[in-house]
Design a protein around this ligand. Structure first.
Ligand code: ATP
Length: 200
């Protein structure tokens, strides 16, 4: 039976680094954050619903006008919630369709909001990638050319790491080098495979 493993972590924690490594080992990975950004452009039903909610300006030359939408919902929490209530089910539907096409014993889902949206309840196990706040901030500053303040603002809106740890089955502490992070990822993969063998 296919088992779903959730991978999550706050901004700059290294979840994509871990997910890409696992994908490189041949496991199927679904990247929810990537598909959320893609589907607003390619899912016709979703496009229609977004236009109905936000108006024609949500698209410019048929392309999702991310900046305009972000500005519009920035200070309107209700509107943001309504937008999310349209986008999240579309991603969930796309994900279920993807799952039905997989036949690997383990499949992985990378999602920033795994615990926030309660998606961990559908997972066999969950992996939290985490690192100290200042380390994460500096990694994102370097990656996205953002200021300390800009990254901190995003970070403070996310669920605190100690809360996430309560939900996670495995925690990868990514304070050290990437090589160390990938070694820890291998250890988690080994544990998952062992667990699977014990069950069979
Ligand atoms: P986001 O949620 O912001 O997309 P993320 O959790 O997916 O972030 P990554 O993109 O994997 O995090 O990592 C953030 C940045 O830090 C990347 O540029 C990545 O290459 C780098 N990075 C990740 N782990 C390490 C590490 N152990 N040492 C140095 N740099 C790292």
């Amino acid at each position: 039976m296919t088992k779903l493993i959730g991978i999550t972590g706050g901004i700059g924690s290294g979840k994509s680094t871990v997910a890409q490594y696992i994908q490189g080992k041949g496991f199927p990975i679904y990247n929810s954050d990537y598909w959320a950004k893609e589907l607003v452009n390619i899912d016709q039903n979703l496009k229609l619903k977004i236009t109905q909610l936000l108006g024609e300006n949500a698209y410019h030359n048929q392309k999702y006008n991310r900046k305009w939408v972000a500005d519009k919902v920035f200070k309107n929490h209700d509107l943001l919630q309504q937008l999310n209530q349209i986008i999240h089910p579309a991603v969930a539907k796309h994900f279920h369709n993807w799952v039905s096409q997989q036949n690997s014993s383990f499949i992985f889902k990378e999602t920033a909001l795994l615990f926030e949206l309660g998606l961990h309840k559908n997972c066999y196990k969950t992996i939290l990638v985490t690192a100290d706040e200042e380390i994460r901030i500096h990694r994102v500053m370097q990656r996205d050319h953002k200021t300390h303040e800009e990254v901190t603002e995003i970070l403070l809106k996310q669920m605190p790491e100690n809360k996430k740890r309560e939900f996670a089955d495995f925690v990868i502490f990514n304070n050290d080098t990437i090589a160390d992070c990938l070694q820890k990822t291998d250890e988690v993969l080994e544990k998952l495979i062992q667990l699977d063998n014990n069950i069979l």
